[in-house]
Write a protein that binds this ligand. Structure first.
Ligand code: SAM
Ligand code: SF4
Length: 454
């Protein structure tokens, strides 16, 4: 008999993608997705522990679903980074919780569910998988009805930045064999996918520990050869490991989009050292210059942390200076959040909450203006847009993205979904662009919808 699963996802793309993988896996065990928790036989909270705020959300989500366990007998589970970090402690703390499933244990989910169903036992599985079997993806059987997809190429991280919990909850770097990745992308393309985003905490580390000798740039070259695929993106790249070969790939590979997410975290060399990032402000700026030299239209986004222990006003000024120098297309900014078990959590020179908040507001104000100005630079240009679906703003509009990853809304037809269309950008706003389809093939690719139809 078919059952229903409801998954609530917190955190990064990695978690979003894990949720997709879990849903595919559970389909095989006759659990189909529901978007309504009240219909669910199994409720799974896929968690993030990168910052304290994200971790707290897990406990309030669990509190929200307690009554569904009590009144309807739904099973409740926690997956992801908090599950990995807390393990059995979660079962002790939350008496109505049935399952804790760590980041490497996803493939065991159907068996664990069965165990609970049969025995009524509560289960916790958080062991790490040294063989990397957990990285295997179940390939989709049905058309996906989507234009773009994530593809995990590696997991874990060996960097141990002093603020970061990821290496502890995701384990050491493990790469998937290239053959598996290529097969997955080919299958996705057969199912209608036009754009893939290759996922890893540190994609530049791809290939380490594999039997084959392959670098991340070589993998990109192979994915670029796949017929029917239009676009390739990747995330995340560590500035220290951004190789000259990878920078050159942006000029060589037609399908590789002109956008890079390159987290810098701080503009102060003192703070970068304490963070154990392995680069300086100058070397970060040098990498950006090299990227822009190879590809002048490159869009750059980044992550930054304010209020790291020991951050003085002059360090924060360095961060603002870096922001003004690079002029990021967009920036994800966070207040430092101490994570138990990381080295920085022991650092004593804490920055007051009030100061952190103030620095964050100043930084976000500056970036907001830069983002708008960067978007305005696209006004008047004709850009290739991959149409993804109906716009949320209007039934007359479709939405898509440029190669530089800008959202574009335009009046259009749903038959354009999955097609590349040339769009003249008329108006920029802080979060998106507005445009109109044009008939000239000035920036068209061979797959362009209008050019094909003559
Ligand atoms: N692997 C990526 C890299 O090397 O930059 C980052 C992965 S992490 C999940 C995403 C972002 O969360 C980081 O770039 C950092 O800005 C932020 N972050 C991580 N730990 C944090 C902490 N303890 N406090 C605040 N922000 C944090
Ligand atoms: Fe965390 Fe640093 Fe690894 Fe990124 S590179 S996941 S910030 S430890």
């Amino acid at each position: 008999m078919e059952k229903r699963v409801y998954i609530e996802t917190y955190g990064c793309q990695m978690n979003e993608h894990d949720t997709e993988r879990i849903l595919r896996l559970l389909e095989g065990a006759h659990y189909l997705e529901t978007k309504n928790a009240q219909e669910a036989d199994f409720i799974l909270i896929n968690t993030c522990s990168v910052r304290e705020k994200a971790e707290h959300k897990v406990y309030s989500a669990l509190g929200r679903y307690k009554w569904l366990k009590e009144k309807k007998g739904a099973m409740i589970g926690v997956a992801g980074c908090v599950a990995q970090q807390e393990g059995d402690r979660l079962l002790d703390r939350i008496p109505y919780l049935d399952m804790v499933i760590g980041t490497h244990a996803i493939p065991m989910l159907p068996q664990l569910l069965q165990k609970i169903e049969v025995s009524g036992e509560r289960v916790c599985e958080t062991s790490f998988d040294p063989e990397g079997i957990y990285l295997k993806t179940i390939l989709p059987q049905e058309p996906l009805h989507k234009v773009k997809s994530y593809v995990t190429i590696m997991q874990g991280c060996d960097h141990f930045c002093s603020f970061c919990i990821v290496p502890y909850v995701r384990g050491r770097e493990q790469s998937r064999p290239s053959r598996e990745i290529i097969e997955e992308v080919e299958r996705l393309v057969e199912m209608g996918v036009k754009e893939v985003c290759l996922l890893g905490q540190n994609v530049n580390g791809y290939g380490k520990g594999l039997k084959e000798e392959i670098s991340f740039s070589e993998l990109l070259h192979r994915v670029n050869e796949i017929e029917g695929l239009d676009r390739i993106r990747f995330t995340t790249s560590h500035p220290k490991d951004l190789s000259a070969e990878l920078i050159r790939s942006f000029s060589k590979l037609k399908k590789l989009c002109e956008h890079i997410h390159l987290p810098f975290q701080s503009g102060s060399d003192k703070i970068l050292k304490a963070m154990h990032r392995g680069y300086t402000k100058e070397s970060y700026l040098d990498k950006i210059n090299r990227l822009k030299k190879v590809c002048p239209s490159m869009a750059v986004t980044s992550d930054v942390i304010v209020g790291f222990p020991g951050e003085e006003e002059k360090d924060f000024e360095e961060t603002l200076d870096l922001i003004q120098k690079v002029r990021f297309d967009d920036l994800f900014s966070f207040k430092y959040s101490p994570r138990k078990g990381t080295r920085a959590a022991q650092f004593t020179e804490k920055v007051e909450e009030k100061v952190k908040q103030n620095r964050l507001s100043v930084l976000q104000g500056i970036q907001k203006e830069i983002t708008l100005q960067k978007n305005q630079e696209w006004e008047g240009r004709v850009e290739e847009v991959l149409v993804e679906g109906r716009s949320r703003q209007s039934d007359q509009d479709v939405t898509g993205r440029t190669r530089s990853n800008k959202i574009v809304n335009l009046e259009g037809d749903l038959s354009w979904v999955g097609k590349l269309v040339p769009v003249r950008v008329n108006k920029a706003s802080p979060h998106s662009l507005r445009g109109r389809i044009v008939n000239s093939g000035s920036t068209c690719s061979p797959q362009c919808l209008l050019c094909q139809s003559g």
